[in-house]
Every structure is written in C-alpha cells, then in structure tokens.
Design a protein around this ligand. Sequence first.
Ligand SMILES: Nc1ncnc2c1ncn2[C@@H]1O[C@H](COP(=O)(O)OP(=O)(O)OP(=O)(O)O)[C@@H](O)[C@H]1O
Length: 634
Amino acid sequence: MAVDGVRLSASAREAAATGWSGAAAPMIGYALTLLGTATAPVAVAWLTKLVIDGLTGAASLSELLGLAAGLAGTGVAAAILPHASRYLGSQIGRAMAATTTDRLFAATARFPGLRPFEDPRFLDRLRLAQEGTSRADGIVTEAFGLVRSAVTVIGFVGSLLVISPAMTLIVLCAAVPALVAQLKLSRRRTTLMWEIGPAERRQLFYSTLLSTIEAAKEIRLFNLGGFLRGRLMAELSTAQAGKRRMDRKELSAEGALALLSAVVAGGGLVWAIAAARTGTLTVGDVSMFTVAVVAVQGGLDTLVNGIAITDHNLRLFGHYVAVLRAEPDLVVPADPAPLPPLPPLRRGIELRDVWFRYSDDHPWILRGVDLFIPYGAAVALVGLNGAGKSTLVKLLCRFYDPSRGAILWDGADLRDVRPEALRERISGVFQDHMAYDFSARDNIGVGDVDARDDLDRIRAAARMAGVDELLAALPRGYDTLLTRMFASEEDREDSSTGVVLSGGQWQRTALARAFLRDGRDLMILDEPSSGLDPEAEADVHARMRHHRAGQTSLLISHRLNTVRDADLIVVLKDGAVAERGSHDELMAVDGTYARLFRLQARGYHETAPSDTAPSEPEARKEVKTECWTSSSTG
Ligand SMILES: Nc1ncnc2c1ncn2[C@@H]1O[C@H](COP(=O)(O)OP(=O)(O)OP(=O)(O)O)[C@@H](O)[C@H]1O
C-alpha cells in the first residue's frame, strides 16, 4: 500500500509528527473533548434505561432525582463538547496547513534545476500534494474521530452484549461488507483523482487564461473566448464524467449497505418487542436495545467511513511526502562541505565539448560546443532562432547539466559545485524575464533580496538601466505597485494607483534588477534591449559598456550593431561554434556573421539597393529562410 514508494504508514507518521510539532496543545485538548463526546451517549443511554426502570419499578424519589441530575449534566456536556472539539480541530487544521504548505514549497524550491517543472507527471503530483496538505489535518482529526467512534461503539456493544450476544454478533458482522466496500471505494477515489488530474490541471490553465490580463488582448483580438471556453468545458466534462461514474459506484454500494443495516435493525426490533412481550426483556431493556442497535450501527458506519476517508487522505498526503522526498533533478555533491567553495572567477569559463538535449526523446540542441569565455571579456553570442543560445545560458546557470562534456569555472567542473554557490556569482536578464506584480522597489529589489530596503542602491541600479526618473515619478514613487491586479494596503480604497509599464520600461526594470546584483563574476544578458526604442537602446548599451568594463559578460542579441564592440563574438550554428572573433575579424572572414550583419545594416540605409545587393523581395526571402527575428530588420 504505497504512493510512489511512500507507504501509508510513513504518510501517517509524517502527518502525526507534523501535527505534534505545530499543534501539540490543541491535539491534547482535542483528544480529551473527543473522549468526552464518545462516552456521553453511552452514559445518556444507561441513565435513561435506569430512569425508565426506576419509574416502572420501585426507585425512591431521591434516587430518581439523582439519576435525572446525572442525565442533565451528561446532556450539557454532550451539547458543549462537540463545539469545543470543532474549535480545537480548526486550530490543528490551521497549524498543519501552515507547516505543510511551508514544507511543500521549500521542497519545490530545493530542486536545483528546471526539469521537474517541465514534467507533467511531477506537476500532477504537485497539485495532488497541495490537495494533500489541505487534508493533513483531516488525517489527524479523523484518527481521533476513529478512536471516539470506537469508544462509543465498544460502549454500546457492551450494552448490547448484556441484552443479546447473538444480536450483537449479527450487527457486527453486518459491518464487515461495509468496511471492505468503503476501502475499495476510497482507493478508487484516489486513483480517479490521479486519472483526472491532467484534465483538471488543463481546466485550471484555461480558466486562468480566460481571467488574466496577459491573455486578454489576444483573446479579444482573435475572438478566442468561445474557443477557449469550449476547451475549458471539454476538460471540465472529462473530469465530471469520471466523478459521475464514481458517484454511481458509491451510490449503489452505499444503498446496498444501508439496506443491509435496515434489515438487521428491523429484525432486531421485532425480536426485542417479542422478548418484552414474553417478559424476557424489561421496557428499559427494549429502550436500551433500540438505542444500542442504532448507536452501534451508526458508530460502525462512522468508523468505516472514517477509515475510508483516512485511507483516501493518507494516499493524497503520500503525494506530499513523495514531493518532500523526491530526489534532486541534478546530481548535487552529497557532502558539499569538503568541496572548495567556488572561487571568484580568475581565468575564465570553458565549455569543453558540450552536448545537450532536453531529454532522450528530444533532438540534440548543442553538439560539441567548445568555447572559452575569458575573465573580464565581453563575449557576444549570436545565431539564428533556435540555435541554442538560451539553452547554453541555462547550462551556464546549471539549470541543467550537459548530456556530455563539461563546463569548467576556472577549471572546476560545475557538477562539483553547489548550484546556489554558482548562482551567487551570476547576474543577468533572461529573454523571458519576469514582470512581478510587486512594487517598483521590490521588482528591482528581488535581484538581491538583502538590498531590498536599500533605496539608494536600488535607485543607482535603476539609473544605470535608465529607468530611475520614470519610477521615481510614479504616484507613490518606488513603492508604487507595477500591476493593476492588486491594491496595496494604503490604496485599498483607491485601486487606481497601480501602474502598468510598457514592454521597454519592463525591460529596463529587469535590467536594473540584474545591475543590483553588482560585483558578480558573470553578467548574462539574453536579449536585454529587444524591446527598447533606438535612443533607449543606444543609451542602455553605452551604460552597459561602461558597467561591464573589466567584467565578464555574455551578451545575446539579434541586433548585431549592439554586439560589434564585444571583445569576442561567437556564432552558434547547428549546435556548435561556427565562427569566433572580433567584429572586424568576422567581417574579414565574410562568413555567416558578415552576411547577417550586412543584411541587417542594409535595412538602415536610405539609399536604393545597389546592383550587387539582392533585390528587396530576394532579401526578404533570405530573411525568412534564415528565421532571423523581426527585430533584426530594424
Ligand atoms: N525546455 C525545453 N524543452 C525542450 N526543448 C526546448 C526547451 N527549451 C528550448 N528547447 C528547444 O531548444 C532549441 C533551442 O532553443 P533556445 O531557446 O536555446 O534557442 P535560441 O538560440 O535562444 O533561440 P532564439 O534566438 O529564438 O531565442 C529550440 O529548438 C527549442 O525548441
């Protein structure tokens, strides 16, 4: 009985330990209140029997008053205790939800690479794990509930045994099919959640698309609302069909079990009435018998349901435990302490015969890249769309390891270095940089969280990216939210104060974030200025040139005018380095770089094409064939 190697007993231990570590006092209180609720009905039944027998027999008034007082006291306790236990149960739930949510997202952040987030199975598991965290308290409270039901059932079974051992046996035996059926249904329910998980995740995807600003423009322009809603509803109906099948199974199983219980209870009642008529049972016995049969059946029903719910919750919680115990996606040194900490870069970074593909099913993206990025040099990487430039950047950050070959940082293989230590040394802007729904200050501050409160440093970084003036002039300066999705605490009544930046302004903000990580060994700039206007681009590149002077940097750009002053320009083609050298050297070689540079430069000339240049349609054809980005033409 396991969820991906996690046994149910291990899930149960983890849930109990989590509850105990965060909510020991509420757990003790919960156990005591449950014990009270469990014993109260048995006490009420016995006291009622004694009162009835006393009334029909010869009990004194004081005896009857004593019994009545006991009955009233037990009734008060029975009325109050469930509320107390509900309150304590909620306390346990909140404490466990906080602990498990924190641990789950700490575990997902611990994956050093990106692979898990590209694996649909892992993403399905993560969704169920989140569901599991919301059920963690259920495991603990349900376990106590099981004990409470067991205590009640044992109390009434004892009472029933006194009246009729045979009837007791029949009632108990009738519970066995219920237990088996409920456990089977619980397992089926968990399997169903795994089966419909992908459909539910896609459903979530479509509903998010239909409600976010990022997609709203295209959805309206291309009139995609109906199309996406259709897909959303198709996924919803797939998930619902599975649930409907499950509900039908539950309905037929539970209907049959209810019938069995009713037959047993009805038969027992007929027997008890007949026994009272012949004088074998007293009137009090009949009252006790009726209450006991109903209570034992009800208690067993609750017990069986509780076992099934706990089984289901444990299986869901198993996904949470599986995520917590998942192996890292990259081989990280088991004991990183003896390894030398990554020294500041002194010689350079070498890619030695690096081969890479995203998985065994994917084609090779890099096919033996040999490249040396010397310390202090500004290196530019150019190549056609899909040549593997961003992939190479991901390997440099060790989001993946090379499939073959090695990347050496001053001679040290990146595989022997803790990924966090490596990333401490790197700053950069990714092509698909983030636009956080945060304030301007936080959008830049996340580049170095320790500097988040240092407005002077943040503004210096923003100045370098040419965005300081803009951000300082916002309604709340750097504390203005760069989103209209949320309102800040101060602006709850006036949600109009959040601002929306333009694409180029976001790009400058992302650059500022990278500049805030000052003093790192390697600055990676993947298309940092693709969204900037020509003036801004020239301005930002001048600042970057100044900033990166003497620093090691890797610049990826399709705008070849921005790379011409790099110390080394590298052309990536067919997964390998095709050309390398300075701008002048590569122009002299007259290879791919020179051809593309001229092609791009021609777009900036006002004069008509010369005789030697290809005609405009031909040039366009060439651009199309090469898949050069639109930015390349100006
Ligand atoms: N996560 C991924 N899983 C599978 N394939 C991927 C993944 N990321 C990129 N690829 C593939 O790797 C190839 C190289 O992509 P990459 O983004 O490195 O190219 P690039 O040179 O940066 O292109 P561009 O100039 O368009 O930005 C592409 O064919 C792409 O489809």
